[in-house]
Every structure is written in structure tokens, then in C-alpha cells.
Design a protein around this ligand. Structure first.
Ligand SMILES: [Zn+2]
Length: 126
């Protein structure tokens, strides 16, 4: 008989976090982008444009770029040029008691568009 797999508390919470993020991406995050994007009337190949609230730079909705690491070097892979940031952060999931506040912040917290650079700045300021 196969040995029963035991996962740690931290692994369990990480899985819940990941699952919740996936739901968020398909619901609240997708709705938010659909609401704030605007139709691109310019010359680029992107149909929709979003704008970083901090630096005002504009990106195609599906535009991908290289990220910038803390040391200033470039990431290996390209990723989406912007992130949907939670303005007031998300309550960390340290125990299962944090779950409802964590989900509340994730799904109902105020969101904004930040480019990768501005998002990094915000993250490392904390
Ligand atoms: Zn920016």
C-alpha cells in the first residue's frame, strides 16, 4: 500500500492561496481590467490599452516585457508588462483563521494597474 502523503500546514495554505488567486484572475481581476481598459486608437497591434497609475506609461492588455530584478538585471522570461495591484494589500494567510479576511481583500479590495517597475518599487518599500 502506498504511503499516505502528509502536507505541512504551510504547504496547505500555499495551495489555498494559489487556488484563490486563480479564481481571482478569472473573476474580479478580469472584470477590473475589462472595466478600466480603453480601446486602442493608436498604431500598435494591441486592441486594448491599460495605464500604470504611478508613471502613466501605457501597455497593451496582453503586452509582455522582460521584468527587472531587484539588482537591476533583466528577468530570463518575459511576463505581462503590468500587474493588477491591491492598493491596500492583502491580509496574509498565516493561519486558517486569516482565510476570510484574506479572501475579502483579494476579491473585494481596491485594485489598480501598476507596471512591473512601479509594482517593484511599491513592493520593496513595504
Ligand atoms: Zn509605472
Amino acid at each position: 500500500m502506498a504511503e499516505r502523503k502528509v502536507i505541512t500546514d504551510a504547504q496547505f495554505r500555499a495551495r489555498i492561496c494559489k487556488a484563490l488567486r486563480e479564481v481571482w484572475q478569472g473573476t474580479t481581476r478580469a472584470d477590473f481590467i475589462r472595466d478600466i481598459r480603453r480601446t486602442n486608437r493608436g498604431h500598435t497591434s494591441y486592441r486594448f490599452i491599460v495605464r500604470c497609475v504611478d508613471c502613466d506609461e501605457e501597455f497593451g492588455q496582453s503586452e509582455r516585457r522582460y521584468g527587472v530584478k531587484v539588482d537591476g538585471s533583466r528577468t530570463k522570461k518575459m511576463k505581462l508588462a503590468y500587474q493588477v495591484d491591491h492598493v491596500n494589500g492583502i491580509h496574509p494567510l498565516k493561519t486558517l483563521d486569516d482565510l476570510s479576511q484574506h479572501a475579502e481583500d483579494l476579491f473585494h479590495g481596491k485594485q489598480q494597474i501598476l507596471c512591473l517597475e512601479c509594482h517593484n518599487k511599491k513592493t520593496f518599500k513595504k
